[in-house]
Design a protein around this ligand. Structure first.
Ligand code: MG
Length: 161
């Protein structure tokens, strides 16, 4: 078994979409980034790549590459899963924490888990997403940005049948 951790932060700005775990959430601010800036999914990908000792998303999907401009992070997650399968890994379980003062994320968590499950080929029962605030403290508390942590466990891919 192999464990991986991912961490990411994106800045909150006006006139951008807020996409978390592949869910577009109505909010007056959105996340700034080269891709769709889905900070939750970025943390998940870094955890997966970390567990497999395959570096990080910056190495696989450089933000100087125009082909990743505005790209759906869910699509990139699919690429990461393909890489892991090639290396002979499957996902045991995934646990994610999103740190945001606003908006309330609880109503969107079931859809986030479903999106991750579909893209990763892992049952929702093995995927946990939770949200917390930092009580108004720091950059997340001041609504300057949103952070996400992810922890994942990989195990050897079992042959089918
Ligand atoms: Mg990122």
């Amino acid at each position: 078994m192999r464990i991986g951790h991912g961490y990411d932060v994106h800045r909150l700005v006006p006139k951008r979409k807020l996409i978390l775990g592949g869910v577009e959430i109505q909010h007056h601010l959105g996340l700034l980034g080269h891709s769709d800036a889905d900070v939750l999914t970025h943390a998940v990908m870094d955890a997966l790549l970390g567990a497999a000792a395959l570096g990080d998303i910056g190495r696989h999907f450089p933000d100087c590459d125009a082909k990743y401009s505005g790209i759906s992070s869910m699509l990139l997650l699919g690429h990461v899963m393909e890489l892991l399968r090639k290396e002979g890994y499957q996902v045991g379980n995934l646990d994610v924490t999103v740190i945001a003062q606003q908006p309330k994320l609880l109503p969107h968590i079931p859809q986030m888990r479903q999106n991750l499950s579909k893209q990763m080929g892992v049952p929702t029962s093995h995927i946990n997403v939770k949200a917390t605030t930092e009580e108004g403290l720091g950059f997340s508390g001041k609504e300057e940005g949103i952070a996400a942590h992810a922890v994942v466990l990989l195990s050897p891919l079992l042959p089918e049948g």
